[in-house]
Design a protein around this ligand. Structure first.
Ligand SMILES: NC(=O)c1ccc[n+]([C@@H]2O[C@H](COP(=O)([O-])OP(=O)(O)OC[C@H]3O[C@@H](n4cnc5c(N)ncnc54)[C@H](OP(=O)(O)O)[C@@H]3O)[C@@H](O)[C@H]2O)c1
Length: 291
């Protein structure tokens, strides 16, 4: 059975739209989107995020700079946005060019406006099980997908393939929390021994490696839930653009064995965008409550 992220994401967007419309605040939430360069995937992600903002009633402004912008110039941009009381959330679209320090900018964004949840303070809050901070959108989206998809997570063995700071690692921390998913979590990475056998033990298998169709049917337990985070461009001359998008899971074969599986596209991607809207709304509420 298909676990449609698109459907659940639409529900979440409707709920946020309603909260904004029925709220008593004097202004709409505001998300500042900062883009450096013309990375085609980044442009398309930003378009999706701004479209979602428009749908739910979040004001968004794109601050778009050439890839030659200096560290100092971009620092000043972020500092200004940090200080602007009308800006609730700041999204710096990653990756940024190599001459700019990603670490510096992640730590420069005020934790109160860090709607991506990448700041060490927010990651620390997640680790501590605090609810006031921001949780990275993709892990939070996967949590919501499991929750709203009525998948039992308590005690379930979740195997996560990938340990990045934006997906695998925070997802592992989130799903292991006692107050919440309460799962048993295994994290696999490029140095893991016998990844096939580990994957096959999963009640819930999450693939977040960025390796096209890596997960094959022989790696999946009969009746498992499979969450495919990967977004990979695979050359395909039969397509107009010359490529097609595929996940980290061999969808056709694995869907024969899995109880539930997320498609690519239409699975985790829309959930990430919906939870960005949630985080922005949360930042807005916190900001308004302060003033
Ligand atoms: N749907 C969405 O909204 C969304 C959001 C974010 C990312 N993504 C997609 O998710 C995928 C992962 O993104 P990311 O940013 O987490 O990637 P990343 O930073 O490149 O991390 C990839 C992780 O996978 C591990 N890995 C790579 N090859 C492996 C292998 N052969 N066996 C075992 N582990 C392996 C790496 O291990 P090491 O740590 O040992 O290097 C690393 O931990 C990408 O396709 C990305 O486009 C989708």
């Amino acid at each position: 059975m298909i676990l449609s992220g698109k459907q659940i994401a639409d529900q979440i967007l409707d709920e946020i739209q309603e909260k904004i419309q029925n709220g008593s605040r004097k202004r709409p939430p505001h998300l500042a989107v900062v883009l450096v360069g013309e990375h085609p995937a980044s442009l398309s992600y930003i378009a999706m995020k701004q479209k979602a903002c428009e749908k739910v009633g979040i004001e968004s402004k794109l601050h778009h700079f050439q890839s030659t912008i200096s560290q100092q110039e971009l620092t000043e941009v972020i500092q200004k946005l940090n200080q602007d009381p009308k800006v609730d959330g700041i999204l710096l679209q990653l990756p940024i060019p190599d001459h700019l320090s990603q670490e510096h900018f992640i730590e420069l964004i005020s934790p109160e406006k860090d709607v991506d949840g990448f700041h060490p303070i927010n990651l620390g809050r997640l680790l501590a099980g605090e609810t006031g901070g921001f949780i990275p959108c993709t892990p939070l989206g996967i949590y919501e997908l499991l929750n709203r998809g009525q998948i039992v997570t308590k005690g379930a063995h979740v195997v996560i393939l990938g340990r990045s700071r934006i997906v695998g690692m925070p997802l592992a921390v989130l799903l292991a929390q006692k107050q919440g998913a309460n799962s048993t979590v295994t994290i696999c990475h490029s140095a893991s021994f016998n990844i096939k056998a580990l994957a096959k033990e999963a009640d819930i298998l999450v693939a977040a490696m960025g390796k096209a169709e890596f997960v094959t049917a022989d790696m999946v337990k009969e009746g498992a839930v499979v969450i495919d985070v990967g977004i990979n461009r695979v050359e395909d001359p039969s397509k107009e653009k010359g490529y097609r998008l595929t996940g980290d899971v061999s969808f056709e074969a694995v869907s024969q064995k899995a109880k539930m599986i997320t498609p690519v596209p239409g699975g985790v991607g829309p959930m990430t965008v919906a939870l960005l809207m949630h985080n922005t709304w949360k930042a807005f509420e916190q900001q308004c409550a302060k003033h």
